[in-house]
Design a protein around this ligand. Structure first.
Ligand SMILES: NC(=O)c1ccc[n+]([C@@H]2O[C@H](COP(=O)([O-])OP(=O)(O)OC[C@H]3O[C@@H](n4cnc5c(N)ncnc54)[C@H](OP(=O)(O)O)[C@@H]3O)[C@@H](O)[C@H]2O)c1
Length: 341
């Protein structure tokens, strides 16, 4: 006998019990909605709100209705075990936690160290799976927050847990900062001629669904997953042209030379060596410069170019539908980190 001819059908995964970190963020909220829609039991560990007292938050986001809310400081190495997991059974840890500033100390404290503590707590508690929201830009790391994210990605891969590392392209909020200025009659600002970069924008809900789907789709496990939204890659110039077309106006662009940004980075970098507050500003300028000149698409190392065709797509919602909703006032944009303009 060589064993059974037919493998037993894989068991259908039932609802999972999930600890979600970063649930108050843009993608954290979308992921919470998706996890709940997909029938999972969701426990969120939220940052304690100053003055609210232990275990209470004045205004947890409405999207978290249906999830269990717990409170703890993820910078405290024992918080995830004590305040989040509490010795209970969990199937998976899902993290959309990220530094809100991207400056080096915060990035290393949150994107790296807090995740390290959470992973150790999850492993000690017998949690078998982790889904991590990362970013496509870590493939070409130049910035402190990218190094911090990459360092934790490597630790997760080496941990032995079933992992999914989701590296999305640009979020809608990071590409919507100019909608109101253009609506009010101002030109659309671009770096260079507006064709230096491209991305495949992904909506919050499409990304939330994708992240939640990693729990049960084995094809998304044990992998690093670059992911964009539907449709072709678009440049900043095309974003501006679409906006003007929706408003029925002639396109008007104001070009910001990359050399000017380099000058700002250089001056702030030099001054930041003696004046610490300017060091943080220099890092923010470096982040702006990076997003003004690097595409959010899969990088082909051999060809030394970004490859839109190699960047997978998911979901149905497009940036231009989102622009139309913003112009009608149906939705409001939340200014994102990494919004260059
Ligand atoms: N913007 C883009 O276009 C883009 C593209 C690709 C990837 N990404 C990556 O996606 C990730 C998430 O983005 P997002 O826009 O959803 O982030 P976000 O809205 O800034 O949310 C960050 C989350 O982390 C939590 N957090 C931050 N610092 C904390 C701290 N010190 N203690 C406890 N919790 C803390 C926040 O909690 P509070 O609400 O309590 O602050 C929030 O829940 C980031 O890693 C980013 O690099 C972004």
């Amino acid at each position: 006998m060589n064993g059974p001819l037919f493998a037993a059908a894989a068991p259908q995964p039932g609802p999972l019990r999930v600890l979600l970190l970063g649930a108050t963020g843009t993608i954290g909220r979308a992921t919470a909605r998706a996890l709940l829609r997909q029938g999972h039991e969701v426990v969120c560990l939220l940052r304690p709100v100053a003055g609210a007292g232990a275990g209470a938050a004045p205004n947890p986001p409405a999207e978290l209705t249906g999830a269990t809310l717990r409170f703890g400081d993820v910078r405290d190495p024992s918080a995830v075990a004590r305040d989040g997991l509490r010795g209970e059974h969990f199937d998976a840890l899902v993290s959309c936690l990220a530094s809100r500033t991207g400056v080096p100390a915060d990035a290393w404290a949150i994107d790296h160290a807090a995740h390290q503590h959470a992973l150790a707590a999850a492993q000690a508690a017998g949690v078998r799976q982790m889904v991590l929201l990362s970013a496509i830009c870590v493939q070409k790391p130049r910035l402190a927050f990218q190094q911090a994210k990459l360092a934790f990605e490597r630790e997760l891969v080496a941990s032995g847990l079933t992992y999914s590392i989701v590296r999305p392209t640009a979020f809608f909020k990071s590409l919507s900062g100019q909608v109101q200025r253009v609506k009010s009659g101002k030109p659309f600002l671009v770096f260079g001629d507006g064709r230096l970069t491209a991305c495949k924008p992904i909506s919050d809900d499409d990304l939330g669904d994708y992240i939640a789907g990693c729990l049960t789709d084995t094809a998304r496990q044990g992998r690093v997953l670059p992911i964009g939204g539907p449709g072709p890659a678009i440049t900043p110039r095309e974003q501006g042209e679409a906006l003007f077309a929706m408003l029925g106006r002639q396109p008007r662009f104001k070009q910001v030379p990359v050399a000017m940004m380099d000058g700002i980075v250089g001056v702030l970098g030099t001054l930041g060596r003696v004046l610490p507050p300017l060091a943080a500003k220099a890092e923010l300028a470096r982040i702006g410069r990076y997003y003004g000149t690097e595409s959010m698409l899969v990088w082909d190392e051999a060809a030394q170019r970004y490859d839109a065709d190699a960047t997978p797509s998911t979901g149905t919602q497009t940036l231009f539908e989102h622009y139309a909703q913003l112009l009608r006032g149906d939705v409001q944009t939340e200014r994102g980190e990494h919004a260059v303009f």
